[in-house]
Design a protein around this ligand. Structure first.
Ligand code: G1P
Length: 305
């Protein structure tokens, strides 16, 4: 199933997603002492459910959670809950039953343990056996993408059309680049798609190659695994996915080009306390059921500030 197209090789769209969830969630302590940060509710669903719904909506039907110690609640959330379900059914609570089953049906969910947390690159490498020799997506749980956006689908289209690895890029203010992997890019001729010529993980202020930050969506070629396996610890003494992608970008003969899809829609960062609060308020105010009453209250409340 190969044909040359715009310098790359056409291939099947990825169908597997790797979702690293082993992080300690220290920014949300003490809430995350006994509860995984991915399970913190955004209105009435845990943050991680939005991420798996996004994956499934883009056709990624197989999800591998890369978990760690204390993360069992995430696996439970996506598993069937026979006792709870039979109680809800017996009580005629059909809407609640449907909402419980939504999480079970969202994707074919698997898990692997990271063991020792050695960085994002290492977490992705833990998915090697499950993923095998096919392209795959990586979704980071802290980033929520507006459900109306088709970012991931667009990235998968680019991957399939060009046999490329693809990262999502977002333009951020200069004083925020040190929080992200940042890309050096050149035009491809396709609107919103750039070629990555270099990547730096969390550049020191004033040294950033651009304002284009990598946000937590990647579609990768399986060749990244060999590169990750030989990538030395980088920033924070962790094996960085950004460093492996920099190696791929510097030599297209390894696994094809590394491209970026520039995202201009809404992205919510639930990994930061203030941004998390804004996310909950925004999404609650847009809900059909809660929104009208919540917006009225919010409006009145804002006048008391
Ligand atoms: C990770 C990546 C970074 C990327 C960011 C996106 O950093 O290492 O390159 O820009 O996710 O959210 P973290 O936020 O886990 O420190």
């Amino acid at each position: 199933m190969t044909a040359e197209n715009q310098g790359g090789t056409q291939q099947r769209r990825a169908v597997k997603a790797v979702v690293p969830v082993a992080g300690l969630g220290t920014r949300f302590l003490p809430a995350t002492k006994a509860v995984p940060k991915e399970m913190l509710p955004v209105v009435d669903r845990p943050a991680i459910q939005y991420v798996l719904e996004e994956a499934s909506g883009a056709g990624l039907s197989d999800v591998l959670l890369v978990t760690g110690s204390g993360k069992g609640a995430i696996e439970d959330h996506f598993d069937a809950a026979p006792y709870l379900e039979s109680r809800l059914a017996a009580d005629g609570k059909d809407a609640l039953l449907a909402s419980v089953r939504e999480a079970t049906g969202v994707a074919d969910v698997h898990s692997v343990r990271q063991g020792v947390p050695r960085g994002l690159g290492h977490a992705v490498l833990c998915g090697r056996e499950h993923v095998g020799d096919e392209p795959f997506a990586v979704l980071l749980g802290d980033d929520l993408i507006d459900a109306d956006e088709d970012l991931l689908s667009r990235m998968l289209d680019v991957q399939a059309a060009r046999g490329a690895s693809v990262v999502a890029l977002l333009e951020v203010p200069a004083d925020r680049t040190h929080l992200y992997g940042v890309a050096e890019v050149e035009a491809t001729g396709e609107d919103g798609v750039v070629r990555i010529t270099g990547l730096v993980e969390k550049p020191e202020p004033g040294t950033s190659p651009s304002n284009l930050a990598v946000i937590g969506r990647y579609v990768l070629q399986p060749g990244v695994f060999d590169v990750l396996a030989r990538t030395a610890p980088g920033r924070g003494n962790e094996i960085q996915l950004t460093d492996a992608l920099e190696t791929l970008a510097a030599d297209e003969s390894i696994a094809g080009p590394v491209l970026g899809v520039v995202f201009r829609g809404r992205r919510f960062d639930t990994g930061d306390k203030l941004e998390y609060l804004k996310t909950v308020v925004t999404l609650a105010s847009e809900r059909d059921d809660l929104g009208p009453a919540f917006r009225t209250w919010l409006n009145d409340f804002s006048k008391t500030l």
